[in-house]
Every structure is written in C-alpha cells, then in structure tokens.
Ligand binder design. Structure first.
Ligand SMILES: [Zn+2]
Ligand SMILES: [Zn+2]
Length: 345
C-alpha cells in the first residue's frame, strides 16, 4: 500500500509499504480521509518524543471497515468509522474515576501504533475496547467526520471551565482550535464571544463563524478592546488557544474578577516557564485552569455537534489534497491560509 512515512525531521516520504494485516480483536480500515493536524506539522519540523522513525503518522482518521478480526462484536465490513487517537488503560486511578483524559498510561494511535496517512490502517483491539472508535452517522462525509478529534479536546476544556449561558468568552487565537472553541461556546449558549489573533488571514477565516467581536492584536490595543466589549469588566472566561507565553500573561490582565482562565494547549519546548503576575490571580480571585486531550464521551459529543451542525465541519475544511500532495498541505498550513486540511489516500 501507499503510505506517508515520517523518516526524521523535515523528511516525510510517500512510499510503498507492507499492507497491515487485520489484528485478532481489531479491525482493518481502508482510510478515506485523514486530517493534517498542527501537531503533525510540529512532528515534521521538530520530531516527537513518542514517534520513532520510520513511522506512519496521521491521527484524525476516517475510513471504511474492510475486515473484522476474530472475537470482534458490533462492527461489520462496510461500516464507516471515525477513529480518534487516545487509547486509555481502563485500570489506573483516573480511568477508574472515568477521568480518562488523565489516564496514567494513555497511548495514542499514530504513535504507539501506525497511523492513518496510508491506504489502510489496523485498529488494534485496545482501541476498540478503550478508545475512540465511532460509527459515522448517515449523511456525514468521511472528511467531515475526520475533523472530530480536535473539537473533542475543546469540549473537554469548556466542561472544565463550565461555560454557560451567562458567560462572555474571549478566545485568544483564531486558528482551527480557536474557531472550534467559538462554535462550542456558542452551542453552550455563551452570551458574547470575542476572538483575537495576530494574523489577518486567520481573522478573515474566523469571520465565517460570526464572532460577536473580532480583534486584530497586531493593530489594536486588544486588552482595552476586550474591556470595552465587556462593560469594562472583562470576560467571564478567557481561553488561551495559541502557543504564546505573552497571551498567557495578558489573559490574566483582561479577565474579569472571579473569571476562569483556561490554558488550552501547551507552549513550545523551552518556552513554558512564563513570568505570570500571580497577584492578578490572587486579588482578582481568578481560576487558572489547564485542559488537555479528552475522554470518549467528548469525542462522541464532537461527532454529534458536527452531525447536528453546531460545529459546521464544511466551513473548517479549507483544503482537501490527495495523500501524494502532502507538501501542499504543509505549505497552506504554514502560511496560515488553512483551517483544517484533510488528506485522502
Ligand atoms: Zn489532531
Ligand atoms: Zn488509565
């Protein structure tokens, strides 16, 4: 089969590899669509601690079942499936409390098992038992379903931040993650949503999701603008959805007294020691929250949000390329011209 193989930093090669066999207790999937994630780009540029080369990456996978392994119930040939990467152990302290996203032994498809930038992908038995394998609802395309992984993490974060109807929400970063946060906050009933970025192209793309206020952080005094848009009180919730230490610092300044501030996503290696004014946390009684990855229920919710149109998947998919044109995918993401890019084997 054809596969896009990561062979080291800045070295992705499309080549012929052995087609995987269907594992006992697992499934063999004919990959129909696989999202190209920001983290795939990071792996391409600087490697990944859990990815050894050569390795098939690609973790936002949708495909059709071509073979069902021994002992597997509930799936059959021809099923259309979407597979998100986290696989939980099910027995650790956190799994027992159903806080799967905190699993001590979490493993990921495309890291511990080969991923979906290929004609076929084997879904291991562990992923069927304790993972995120869902049947794609009738009427939803493989491409639309494939992008259900990133909003799953956003849903988890917004549950942690308890965003509700009375809340004004400011989102720092208008990339795909920022836009998913926008639509999910809308779905949860947030009363006013402010989005900001330093890239004009990103803000233009974010406009399609009708934010209440849109701010160009390069051109405007954004803290002042956020305060103006919130009766000088600041937002109830600030979500930092960009890998920027400065954004984390400023999030505390713009937050309302008693607000929740979510640090969503990590900072690049070596940049995560940030000088925060902790007196702001103390005197404004802020809640600074972390959020990472998701549990199976969040992935199901993301798929339902896409199916129900609360997350308008088609508006995110700005580019679809055949697998062999992966270099174009890298280019459009680098230039900030894309929201979600999907590759099709
Ligand atoms: Zn991803
Ligand atoms: Zn666990």
């Amino acid at each position: 089969m054809k596969a896009l193989v990561y062979k080291g930093v800045k070295n992705l090669v499309l080549e012929e590899v052995e087609t995987p066999i269907c594992p006992a207790g697992g499934i063999l999937l004919r990959v129909k669509a696989c999202g190209f994630c920001g983290s795939d780009l990071r792996t391409y540029y600087s490697g990944h601690t859990n990815v050894n080369s050569p390795w098939i990456i690609g973790h936002e996978v949708a495909g059709e079942v071509v073979e069902v392994g021994k002992y597997v119930d509930g799936y059959k040939k021809g099923n259309r499936l979407v597979v998100a990467p986290p696989v939980y152990c099910g027995i650790c302290y956190f799994c027992k409390k159903k806080l799967y996203y905190l699993c001590e032994n979490i493993k990921e498809l495309a890291q511990h098992w080969p991923g979906g930038f290929a004609d076929f992908m084997a879904v291991p038995p562990e992923a069927l038992r304790l993972g995120n394998v869902n049947i794609i609802p009738e009427g939803l395309s493989f491409e639309e379903a494939s992008i259900s992984e990133p909003p799953s993490s956003c849903i988890n974060a917004q549950e942690i931040a308890q965003i509700d109807k009375k809340n004004t929400v400011a989102i720092m970063g208008a990339g795909p993650i920022g836009c998913f946060h926008l639509q999910i906050a809308r779905a949860r009933g947030a009363s006013k949503i402010i989005i900001m970025d330093i890239l004009k192209k990103r803000l233009e793309l974010a406009e399609r999701f009708s934010p209440d206020v849109i701010i160009n952080n390069k051109k405007e005094n954004y803290i002042k603008k956020v305060l103006q848009a919130t009766d000088n009180l600041g937002p109830d919730v600030v979500i930092v959805a960009c890998p920027s230490p400065e954004a984390q610092v400023d999030s505390l300044k713009m937050a309302r007294k008693g607000a929740r501030v979510v640090f969503f996503g990590g900072l690049p290696h070596g940049k995560s020691k940030v000088l925060l004014d902790t007196n702001l946390i103390h005197y404004k009684a802020l809640q600074v929250l972390g959020a990472t990855t998701f549990s199976p229920e969040h992935n199901k919710m993301a798929l339902n949000f896409i199916f129900g149109g609360k997350i308008e998947a088609k508006k995110y998919i700005t580019h679809i390329f055949p697998l062999e044109n992966f270099e174009q995918a890298i280019k459009v993401i680098e230039k900030g011209e894309a929201l979600k890019v999907v590759l099709k084997p």
